[in-house]
Design a protein around this ligand. Structure first.
Ligand SMILES: C[S@@+](CC[C@H](N)C(=O)[O-])C[C@H]1O[C@@H](n2cnc3c(N)ncnc32)[C@H](O)[C@@H]1O
Length: 344
């Protein structure tokens, strides 16, 4: 099926060269330059809103046949068609364009993440999310996140990155080898560990915050293995509108995130939708209070937690089961809860 190219592509005034952003500055491998030819071939291109333009490598044109993707349109959930190199890795995704043939909407990478929000490519309309989402879009908060902010969660009972990773890995044992989506990954502290473990066939680090995703990429850049060899992709999306087909994902991780979501019900319903049968969801968050919290503190928390969606242990279980998830289990330490549930 022929894809219509954006009129923006014609004519492109001059040949431009740009260095692949996935390489360390002094890297010789691969010494690739992307170029924008004067006449960009209209039938071989999908173009969305970003600065990425590329011409397919002749040597890999066979691989670049339009293929059905794990990622789907956030409007209609139809799998997107990719034009570009195959593979679930930063370089291949950066150099690809994606298109929903049903909605005739195109998506591509902005900076180094693939923007799969419904708002991707909009020119005039901007949408402001609730404060708990907007807070993490700030460059400062994103910068500070792994530089002290996240570590401060330990005071509330979070065991810390390494221990939390181990706990999640235990829950994910039944889905090893599958595709894992790290929803609300922040600066990617767990996505990077999941990708480095080599246990999953693909890891998608997904967040709504552009700046968190940029931070995530900055950390990835410091690790040659992650940069060149891992099946790790960065995607911008809203947890209430996950850009994956129903029943397409084996594992969903959402660390310290549920209390930041605009609608935990919509988010868990979406997570349930994208999980395959047998797929596992693991989340962690701060509890509003626990059974051992003194009444006076509970009352105080009821008042102060209104801006955030801090839930009780019972509410979290209720949410998961009401979305049809089973095998609910949880571990609690002070206000920290890690829970897991499975799609039947
Ligand atoms: C406290 S951070 C958690 C980061 C990381 N997962 C961790 O374990 O530390 C919460 C994350 O939720 C993300 N978030 C907030 N609202 C979101 C939404 N509507 N869709 C996707 N992510 C969202 C924020 O951008 C932020 O990165």
């Amino acid at each position: 099926m022929a894809m219509a190219a954006s009129p923006l592509l014609h004519p492109i005034p001059k040949l431009e060269f740009r260095k692949c952003p996935f390489l360390p500055l002094n890297s010789q491998f691969p010494p690739r330059l992307h170029f924008l030819p004067r006449h960009f071939p209209s039938s071989s291109t999908i173009r969305a809103s970003s600065t990425v333009l590329m011409e397919p490598d002749v040597s890999t044109q066979q691989d670049q046949a339009k293929e059905v993707e794990i990622v789907a349109c956030p409007v209609c959930y139809e799998p997107l068609i990719r034009k570009g190199p195959s593979g679930l890795n930063l370089s291949a995704i950066y150099r690809s364009g994606f298109k929903c043939t049903r909605c005739n909407k195109s998506y591509s990478s902005k900076d180094m993440f693939l923007d799969l929000t419904v708002t991707a490519g909009l020119k005039d309309y901007t949408e402001v999310q609730p404060a708990r989402t907007e807070l993490f879009r700030s460059p400062l908060v994103s910068f500070l996140y792994e530089r002290g902010w996240r570590q401060s969660f330990n005071r509330s009972g979070f065991p810390g990155r390494d221990e939390e990773f181990k706990m999640a890995q235990e829950y994910f044992k039944p889905v090893e080898g599958g595709i894992l989506v790290d929803v609300s990954c922040g600066s990617g502290l767990f996505s990077r560990k999941f990708a480095k473990s080599g246990i999953y066939s693909g890891v998608i680090a997904l967040d709504f915050s552009e700046n968190m995703l940029r931070q995530c990429y900055n950390f990835i850049k410091q690790d040659e293995t992650l940069l060149t060899n891992s099946n790790l992709a960065l995607v911008r999306a809203d947890v209430s509108r996950l850009p994956f087909s129903s029943g397409s994902v084996d594992a969903v991780h959402a660390g310290a995130a549920l209390h930041c979501w605009p609608s935990p019900t919509n988010a868990i319903a979406e997570i349930t939708r994208i999980l395959k049968s047998g797929g596992v969801f693991v989340g962690s968050t701060f509890l509003r209070y626990t059974s051992s919290t003194p009444l006076i503190i509970r009352l105080l928390r009821e008042r102060t937690s209104q801006g955030y969606g801090y839930l009780t242990e019972e509410e979290i279980e209720d949410l998961c089961t009401s979305c049809g998830l089973t095998n609910y289990s949880r571990k609690i330490q002070q206000s920290f809860i890690m829970f897991s549930a499975q799609k039947p």
